[in-house]
Write a protein that binds this ligand. Structure first.
Ligand code: GLY
Length: 471
């Protein structure tokens, strides 16, 4: 068997799923070099060399790559921060090693304004109505307030406020969720406008899908649609999170879409890629997952809510374990520019994230449901891993925001462990995922219980039916 070396830049469960996919390669013996946010229990076991770089600082990761250059064949990056900061440009320049992610200039996740302007040029139909407010265009608050209110008249107040650079102020704010009056909206707007341009766009009603594609720079391989669960609590209550779980159906389309709607999202994704690629004089710039589009299906068309320049977490975990091809070969084909096909098993997958009590505001909203004696205690994953005796490869347990300390594993602050169920139906996959979540003890952790439930899917189905009737 050919021996190869791969450096994975790891943030959480998404990259652990990549590490798992690489280490299951049937054709290669993969030596894993892992630059990790912390001592992730899964990665520590799998790596021949493991380094902790808490802020995923690209200079530190590049030095790790340089030190192991002779043993590495490529570098795989999953999370947004190093991609946006230009990890690919830096490592490729300093080592000549290929890095799988987009080049910095095309990591458009960094700027919501850049995304809207790009789509306006190459696929204007994908944009909701929007207006960009630039601080340099206004002399004072009252001037911009007048313009904002005029725009709100046009949108009938149904607006979403999006700062260009998300970290600068209060982040994305939605009419009806974050504010119910214009004054509140404007206060939210100003907190961001002090730092950067702000977009105010039409709030679009619909059902959301996560649309991702593997790209080698020239070819675009659309992945099956995945549904993400952003809200913290069951019934889509509570604040937005990084994603509490996700599902995909047996085939490519989600169960609330018609075949025609799936075709339409494929056509739109392909159009965006091809037009963007044609503008770029660089055949490898859009490598990795440069398009992870959050689509909103409105019943008569599709709008893009935003684009990310990397695989979704957890959405890519729904895909990686059911790729039939050797994932190492998929990576090599992305680098060589000949990724022209990808075979997947016809299986449904459901991912449930188990998270610590502080995540998503759970401990504040449901204090009586937190077992105080278990807070910050070690997390025992062994019973979940033992479920492979019952389910084989139909269960995957991927620790994310977890750390090994003195031989024991602890949950940190974010999404601690993703449990994937694989099945011949969504319900079968869901039951496996939930059984895995129940088998994990310690750390007073909790999870959503309705990811991919029949009731939740039925709600999406009837919502789409209503929207189609209105369209
Ligand atoms: N699931 C949301 C994200 O990856 O951004």
């Amino acid at each position: 068997m050919e021996k190869i070396g791969v450096l994975v830049v790891s943030y959480g469960s998404r990259e652990v799923a990549m590490v798992d996919a690489l280490s299951r390669s049937p054709n290669y013996q993969v030596e894993l070099y892992i630059a990790d946010k912390q001592k992730n229990p899964f990665n520590v076991e799998k790596a021949v060399k493991h380094v902790v770089t808490p802020s995923l600082n690209i200079e530190g990761i590049c030095r790790f790559a340089e030190a192991n250059k002779d043993r590495l064949d490529f570098i795989l990056v999953g999370s947004e921060k190093p991609i946006i900061e230009g990890i690919r440009d830096l490592i490729e320049k300093r080592t000549g090693l290929p890095v799988i992610c987009p080049k910095q200039k095309y990591a458009i996740e960094e700027s919501k304004v850049q995304q809207r302007l790009l789509f306006q040029e190459i696929a204007p139909e994908a944009n909701p109505r929007f207006k960009i407010f630039n601080p340099q265009d206004y002399k004072g608050t009252s001037e911009v307030k007048k313009d904002v209110y005029r725009w709100l008249d046009e949108l009938d107040n149904q607006a979403v406020v999006k700062p260009d650079k998300p970290a600068a102020g209060k982040g994305v704010g939605v009419w009806g969720d974050h504010f119910t009056t214009r004054e509140e909206l404007f206060e939210h707007f100003l907190s961001n406008f002090q730092h950067s341009s702000v977009i105010i766009e039409e709030k679009v009603d619909g059902e959301e899908t996560s649309f991702m594609a593997f790209c080698d720079g020239k070819h675009f391989i659309a992945l099956p649609g995945v549904r993400d669960y952003k809200r913290a609590f069951d019934d889509d209550k509570g604040p937005n999170t990084g994603g509490m779980g996700s599902y995909k159906d047996v085939g490519d389309a989600l169960p609330f879409l018609t075949a025609a709607e799936r075709e339409r999202e494929l056509a739109l994704g392909k159009k965006i890629f091809e037009k963007w690629q044609a503008k770029i004089n660089d055949d490898s710039a859009l490598r990795g997952v440069p398009l992870y589009l959050a689509f909103m299906h409105t019943g008569d068309d599709i709008k893009v809510l935003e684009n990310n320049s990397r695989p979704g977490d957890p959405e890519i975990i729904n895909i990686l374990p059911i790729i039939k091809d050797d994932f190492v070969d998929v990576c090599f084909r992305m680098i060589e520019g000949n990724l022209t096909s990808l075979e997947l098993e016809k299986q449904a997958t459901v991912l449930t994230y188990k998270v610590p009590p502080g995540y998503g505001g759970f401990a504040e909203v449901f204090p009586n449901q937190v077992d105080q004696s278990a807070v910050d205690t070690p997390v025992d994953l062994s019973k979940a891993y033992q479920l492979t005796q019952k389910y084989g490869d139909k269960i995957r347990v991927y620790p994310g925001s977890m750390e090994v300390r003195d031989g024991q594993s602890f949950a940190l602050k974010s999404r601690a462990v993703g449990i994937l169920g694989v099945g011949g139906s969504i319900e079968e996959a869901r039951q496996i995922s939930l059984e895995g979540a129940r088998a994990i003890s310690g750390g007073a952790m909790w999870n959503r219980t309705d990811v991919a439930s029949k009731q939740h899917i039925a709600k999406s189905v009837s919502h789409m039916e209503r929207l189609r009737r209105k369209a």
